[in-house]
Design a protein around this ligand. Structure first.
Ligand code: 5GP
Ligand code: ZN
Length: 107
């Protein structure tokens, strides 16, 4: 098992408040929320960051974005939300397993 903390969450070796999962993606709440609602969606395959995306990730990334919108709406962010993908050292990324942040306030 890799030392990647998000891979450990996927493997259920570390607990997380999971919102949604299927065979390709996992959505869970950020442990240190920066908004009323703050969750992340990750691919189950270990991709370090956006910097390493390939053409064959097109379907996966599209699925993550559509799921981000679906979950945001279902969690009450009906008036909008922010999507953030910190990428690489200069992008402020701290966990090197690609993740899409969704942040917002209900209402
Ligand atoms: P980054 O700065 O890499 O885009 O964001 C990493 C995010 O992962 C941070 O917002 C941080 O709070 C969150 N995080 C780090 N470790 C854990 C963890 O063990 N569980 C959960 N749920 N979130 C984590
Ligand atoms: Zn990983």
């Amino acid at each position: 098992m890799s030392e990647c903390i998000f891979c450990k969450i996927i493997a259920k070796l570390i607990p997380a408040k999971i919102i949604f999962e299927d065979d390709e993606i996992l959505a869970f709440y950020d442990v240190n929320p920066k908004a009323e609602v703050h969750f992340m969606i990750i691919p189950k395959t270990h991709i370090e960051s956006m910097l390493l995306l390939q053409n064959n990730h097109q379907q996966l990334m599209g699925k993550i974005i559509l799921k981000a919108n679906e979950l945001a709406i279902s969690l009450g962010l009906k008036s909008g939300y922010k999507v953030q993908i910190n990428t690489g050292v200069n992008g402020g990324q701290e966990v090197f397993h690609l993740h899409v942040h969704v942040l917002g306030y209900k209402g």
